[in-house]
Write a protein that binds this ligand. Sequence first.
Ligand code: SAJ
Length: 431
Amino acid sequence: MTLESRLRDKTARVGILGLGYVGLPLALEFCRKGFTVRGFDISARRVASLKKGRSYVEDVASRELARAIGSGRLRVFQRFESLACCDALILCVQTPLRKTKEPDLGNVVAAAEQVSRRLKRGALVVLESTAPPGATEEVVRPILERGGRRLGRDFYLAFSPERVDPGNKLYGIANTPKIVGGVDAASTELARQLYAAIVERVVPVSSARAAEMAKLLENSFRAVNIALANEIAQICHKLGLNVWEVIAAAATKPFGFMPFYPGPGIGGHCIPKDPQLLIWKMKELDYEPRFLQLASVINGGMPEHVVERVAELLDKDKKPFQASRLLVLGAAYKADTSDYRESPALDVIKLLVERGASVSYHDRFVPEIRVAERRLRSQPLTRKALAGADCVLILTAHNGIDYVDVARRARRVFDARNATRGIARRGLTRL
Ligand code: SAJ
């Protein structure tokens, strides 16, 4: 039977490498649509947890996971032997940035090498991990061609960007359009058929590079617009204007405008990283993407800007940082998540500690952080903690906090997220 017929009658065996916030929901979606899935992860802890039907991904319910495992629909492995029977293999491994802001494709190479050692003839390989333009063709393809294999005969290869938005209750895998771009036309078509089995709308593009670039545009769009909002915030501060009022007014325009908001900087695993992949690639091609670079500088400068604004407030109280006790509300990179990767709140805390302030934080989602070689634990948000702080900084606007009470009990509040919108109190200052 051909891969096409296996995809059509859902007998194609799907293998997913990397069972994180992208791979695990994807595995469950294929199970939901009737496929048998083999999931692979190098983490013994993750594999053990999955085998017990315990989900570690917020968008995957343990109950559904347990059913998929119990029925044999989903089988999970730490070892890669059973890759050999898979007809379609999807790589969902992390592609972090190195300290030098260069992409680290080590996980992609390692996964591709495991696949290459056991690639079933005629199988389709899809890279979902966000990667610089050309990575699918220049990094993954040569690894799969080892041993004289040929694209289009022995295997097919495509890129399809993940669009998983953790915690998004409106958009999940099935109702988020899925871009697919093959290294050749046959690969595009097979990838289209693979995803057409699980998503409502598949968007084929002309190449893997076009698909890689579309993903980077999506997130660079956010990064540069957030940088614009951050620059407008600094301009409004100089002009004595309320940037939140200005943005809200501009957002009443029913066309041609999309609001973005200032903050203490940008965090998470996508937005800070994706533009850097483009900047890095363009360096190779001797082109300088100045706009992307400038946006990165503006966003990266926001923690410092927040610290300068807090310094202005403490100066009014004749309180140097060294004699100040500061309470930070929110360590996560955005509201109502426990993810604090690349969180700008940690950058702000680090700068405050370096300036000699005594800093504590409260974040019910994030019990502990490490900043400037110190371990800080989330403190209970008590009246005493609020009253005892020389300034309370709101860096992540988690829901479930009584910001009216915060503004009432704290001597000073610096709100970098407009969490106190609509509240008027002496001592309350916003970005
Ligand atoms: N941020 C601002 N101002 C804004 C929007 C975001 O300062 O107006 C900050 C956030 O606080 C956070 C960072 O930027 O620190 C990134 O926030 P984000 O809203 O872009 O959320 P992410 O990082 O979870 O981005 C993901 C992306 N999803 C994928 O890549 C699959 C992005 O494409 C989505 O558009 C975004 O979620 C979303 O819309 O939730």
